[in-house]
Design a protein around this ligand. Structure first.
Ligand code: PLP
Length: 445
């Protein structure tokens, strides 16, 4: 290969041509890449990604919400390298290994009120699938097979495999596949932006909870579980709600005998300011779904934690009453070891406390954005900032993405919502660059 040709492995041009020819990229109309170039990334370090042409990009979305402690983090690297030399993987049916046992013990100790019995999958959607199947099966094992419906929150997102998509309410992802999806119920969102006539976020949450109450009162006999994204509905556009909704959801699920599934795939591991978002409502769900940040953004791993009661419903002489669900890479040793390194960092660096100070300093920097005339509903929780931009452009998300890249920032708006979800290693100066870049884009718009 010669320098300058379209297949040159040293340049962006070479990799983007080959990627377009060989890779079917996710969540993408591939034809878009005729005009919007892919960004080939050669390496990452801290909060930055570097392309083959020597340009850099601040990863302000933590690579689809997975990265916590930066790219190529030396501590996570070292843990994975050590594990690699010991055991990369062994099937988890009939076998076990040190990283999976230690991780399960430590997660159980960290989660609200004794959740445990860690069941592993790979991506977030597999955690959703596991929880839906497990909830239904647990009720069936208890002699309640009619409890097979699920209820989810308007605008909710729980993944894109068929079961997960059935409880997801994002038309862009769902509409095409509607004929394949089991019909499930949706209740109004507690999204604080839906306030009517001076309602407080708590009042919006209470109004949504009353709709949930009406639904459960009518349908609890055929409902297995409610699935919620605690505090922040990510794919809905970082829709934030008052913890009161979770308090009420817990109370109602208990009253009506319906499992509460907390999907903390995005909110878990400190994103909302506490290790798990449920802590801010002092509630414990029946199922806790974890993925994304669990390995610090290194390897696919998902985990479903559940109550002793759920676990006990499967424990029997009868094989068919067991939870006969598996994935080849269930409990992969390398992924579990990465997750253990992540938990070590949380403990050793007191990350939750450090993030509190970091978020307060970042919030000061972001305040200039809140007052911008094109910005609406500026909001912030933990290490997430979001706002809507007033814009007439039909191509706003794509246009904004391109403008941000030109300014060395990786941002992917959701419709008109621009959000920041930076890795926890982002410095104040880097956050300042991010805010300045967005101000410049808004001023140019
Ligand atoms: C709340 C929530 N649940 C589930 C998922 C699905 O995770 P994955 O994309 O890893 O399948 C996501 C992904 O964004 C998510 O934000």
């Amino acid at each position: 290969m010669n320098a300058g040709t379209s297949t040159d492995a040293r340049t962006n041009a070479g990799w983007l041509a080959r990627s377009r020819a060989a890779v079917f990229h996710p969540c993408t109309q591939m034809k878009v890449h005729e005009t919007l170039p892919l960004v080939p990334i050669e390496r990452g370090e801290g909060a930055w990604l570097y392309d083959f042409d020597g340009r850099r990009y601040l990863d302000a979305v933590s690579s689809w919400w997975v990265n916590l402690f930066g790219h190529a983090n030396p501590r996570i690297n070292a843990a994975i390298a050590d594990q690699l030399a010991t055991l990369e993987h062994v099937l988890l049916a009939g076998f076990t290994h040190r990283p999976v046992v230690e991780l399960s013990e430590r997660l159980s100790a960290l989660t609200p009120r004794g959740l445990g019995h860690a069941f592993y999958g790979s991506d977030g959607a597999s955690a959703t699938e596991i929880a839906l199947k497990m909830s239904f099966h647990a009720w069936a094992n208890r002699g309640r097979p009619r409890k097979r419906g699920f209820v989810s929150v308007a605008g909710g997102y729980h993944g894109e495999t068929l079961g997960a998509l059935a409880v997801t309410d994002v038309p862009l992802f769902r509409a095409t596949y509607e004929p394949l999806l089991a019909r499930q119920a949706t209740v109004p969102s507690p999204d604080a932006r839906l306030a009517r006539g001076g309602e407080s976020p708590r009042e919006v949450a209470e109004r949504a909870a009353r709709s949930l109450e009406a639904h459960l009162a009518a349908h609890h006999a055929t409902t297995a579980a409610l699935i919620v994204e605690p505090l922040v509905q990510g794919a809905a556009g970082m829709a934030m709600h008052d913890p009161h909704y979770l308090v009420r959801a817990r109370e109602l699920c208990t009253r009506y005998g319906v499992h509460l599934i907390a999907d903390e795939i995005m909110t878990g591991f400190g994103r909302t300011g506490t290790l798990f978002a449920c802590e801010q409502a002092s509630i414990a769900p029946d199922f806790l779904l974890l993925s994304k940040g669990i390995t610090g953004g290194y390897l696919p791993l998902a985990c479903v934690l559940s109550t002793d009661d759920v676990y006990a419903s499967f424990y029997d002489e009868d094989v068919a009453r067991g939870f006969l669900h598996s994935h080849s890479y269930t409990g992969n040793a390398l992924a579990c070891r990465a997750a253990l390194a992540v938990l070590d960092i949380f403990r050793d660096d007191d990350v939750i406390a450090a993030n509190l100070g970091r978020a307060a300093r970042f919030a000061d920097r972001a305040a200039t954005l809140a007052g911008h005339p094109k910005v609406r509903s500026f909001r912030h929780r933990g290490m997430i900032w979001a706002f809507e931009v007033t814009s007439e452009r039909a191509d706003f998300p794509r246009w904004f993405f391109g403008e941000a890249l030109r300014r060395e920032v990786l941002l992917r708006p959701i419709d008109r919502t621009v959000y920041f979800m930076p890795p926890y290693v982002t410095t104040e100066a880097e956050f300042g660059l991010l805010v300045d870049a967005v101000l410049a884009i808004l001023d140019d718009a």
